[in-house]
Design a protein around this ligand. Structure first.
Ligand code: CA
Length: 222
């Protein structure tokens, strides 16, 4: 999953980015509202962590602009303010959730997981499909009786496919959700990762989980 952080406190933004990358998310950062608005409108992220108090263009303006433009993206507002009115106006303007600074990183992670599974059939932090088990909180992956060890990127790819199981996902869509904007989209790196995941997930099992859909991309059948 790919996340955009819009936060002018550079230290905080960089700490969140580092922590999220360690969890396997692809992360882009904008340090002011103008860049944040541009990236939100032009780059396909799954979720925005949006600070309200920002220079140039504030977070509420960004929120209203992207909702008016019909951009379907989860928005988690971050703010130092903690008044009922701010919460109400943030949620009324189209925010999905709200976190008041200071916050614990674990709480941010839990809220992100909750938002990212909101549109999917997955309702808890655990995905069970057939004999495949994925714990999105601990990143534990088990198939049958076998515990499977994956790199952060392999895990991110598998989790994204599992959340979107039975949907065909193009290489471009997979790349855009697994890598940040610094990544070269022309690479065939997704094929390499899919092969590695297959070797770990499907090899030795009668029923395959990961299918190549010719000319279209890949699908995890659940
Ligand atoms: Ca700020």
């Amino acid at each position: 999953m790919r996340i955009l952080i819009v936060e002018d406190e550079k230290t905080l933004a960089d700490i969140i980015k580092k922590g999220l990358e360690e969890e396997g998310y692809a992360v882009d950062v904008a340090y002011n509202g103008e860049d944040g608005l541009f990236m939100a409108e032009n780059d396909p992220s799954d979720l925005i962590i949006l600070d309200i108090m920002l220079p140039v263009v504030d977070g509420m303006t960004i929120l209203k602009r992207i909702r008016r433009a019909g951009i379907r993206i989860h928005v988690l507002l971050l703010t130092a303010k903690d008044t009922v009115m701010d919460k109400v106006s943030g949620l009324d303007s189209g925010a999905d959730d709200y976190l008041t600074k200071p916050f614990l990183f674990e709480e941010l992670l839990a809220r992100i997981r909750a938002l990212l599974r909101r549109n999917s059939e997955v309702k808890t932090s655990v995905i069970e499909t057939g004999d495949l088990f994925i714990d999105m909180a601990s990143h534990e992956v088990i198939r049958g009786e076998k515990s499977i060890s994956l790199s952060a990127k392999e895990y991110a790819l598998l989790e994204y496919m599992a959340v979107n199981k039975n949907k065909v996902l193009s290489r471009t869509a997979l790349t855009e959700h697994i890598y940040n904007e610094d990544f070269d989209l022309d690479s065939n790196v997704i094929d390499v990762f899919i092969n590695r995941i297959r070797n770990k997930i499907d090899r030795g099992f009668n029923r395959r989980l990961i299918y190549t859909i010719r000319g279209a991309g890949y699908m995890l059948k659940g």
